[in-house]
Design a protein around this ligand. Structure first.
Ligand code: PEP
Ligand code: MG
Length: 320
């Protein structure tokens, strides 16, 4: 089966009815671009930059990566993709992704998943955030870069983020340091964000749906707690509705939309996501060929009609 899949590496991801589908890779380190290219990814849809910030003590590195270290890492990923687009997500530190010395066990907060995490953590430390933004903007001079912001929910957070991006550009201008253009994207992974899409579409060029957290926060199920994992249901009608509405709204407005949570690499969900109108999937490189196989067998027109029925059902999983 692996061998059969490997033959699909260079096959364009087109449905039977000719719809083009973008299959992108999720990466954690610049070296992961090797696997992404080998799997035939047409870009990186999610570079989880927090992995540059984690596990540093054991490697004898400083507490946080400085601008130069980050710039070199982003640039390496961009060069690794050989001209294909790379979406770099600003740090998602906190909760299940702690910094060294601030591990889950030591976290004194009762609900770290609801605490100082991701963009909240970045906005709480503007000099740290500006360092990352400058590094990403500089790396963007070497290729096609999308800058993606995690865990946004509030208009005030969006405004503060955009101000800091402008500020990072101004700092580089002042020093005469070269940087590139970026497309700006927001992750939709908090139900409040999925329910206020107009706000997001006003400010961003594209959206990326983080289903891992969207499921966690919609169903109030800790994504890392095994005692409730049987209730962590990607097919809950509420979850599917938030995903479907986000895709439909972006498509209606001509904005890019992608799914970058685990759901995007789950072959049992490919047909449903295609039926919802999704044309961009970002996943672990090891899943790309299997998802491509599903795409090649799919009729997007027929799936759209079927997906509407699934979305109207009380028990969507039974129809998959
Ligand atoms: C998600 O929440 O679906 C996502 C892609 O981000 P992460 O898994 O890194 O939180
Ligand atoms: Mg997330």
């Amino acid at each position: 089966e692996r061998e059969r899949l490997n033959r699909l590496r260079h096959t364009p991801a087109l449905t039977i009815d000719g719809q083009r589908v973008e299959l992108l890779a999720n990466i954690e380190m610049p070296e992961d671009t090797l696997g992404a290219v080998a799997a035939g990814a047409v870009g990186v849809g999610l570079f989880r930059s927090e992995f540059l910030f984690m596990g540093r003590e054991s490697k004898g590195l400083g507490k946080l990566p400085d601008e130069e270290e980050q710039y070199l890492a982003y640039r390496k990923a961009i060069e690794g993709m050989q001209g294909l687009p790379v979406t770099i997500r600003t740090v998602d530190i906190g909760s299940d992704k702690p910094l060294d010395g601030r591990g889950k066990a030591q976290d004194t907060h009762l609900n770290p998943a609801l605490g100082l995490r991701a963009i909240r953590w970045s906005l709480a430390d503007p000099p740290m955030f500006l360092t990352q933004l400058r590094a990403i903007l500089r790396a963007a001079a070497h290729g096609q870069v999308n800058l993606l912001v995690p865990m946004l929910a509030h208009a005030s957070e969006i405004r503060q983020t955009l101000v800091l991006i402008d500020h990072a550009r101004a700092q580089l201008d002042n020093k005469g340091i070269a940087y590139g253009q970026v497309r700006l994207g927001a992750m939709i992974e908090i139900p409040a964000a999925a329910l206020t899409l107009k706000l997001f579409l006003k400010y961003f060029d594209f959206l990326s749906i983080g289903t891992n957290d969207l499921i966690q926060y919609t169903l109030a199920i800790d994504r890392a707690d095994e005692t409730v994992s049987h209730l962590y249901d990607p097919c809950h009608p509420a979850v599917l509705r938030l995903i479907a509405e986000t895709i439909a709204e972006c498509n209606a407005q001509g904005k890019g939309v992608s799914v970058c949570g685990e759901m995007a690499g789950d072959v049992s969900m490919t047909r449903l996501l295609l039926g919802m109108g999704l044309r961009s999937f970002s996943m672990h490189p090891s899943q790309i060929l299997a998802v491509k196989q599903q795409v090649l067998r799919a009729d997007a027109g027929k799936l759209a009609i079927w997906a509407a029925q699934v979305l109207a059902s009380d028990d969507p999983a039974a129809l998959l």
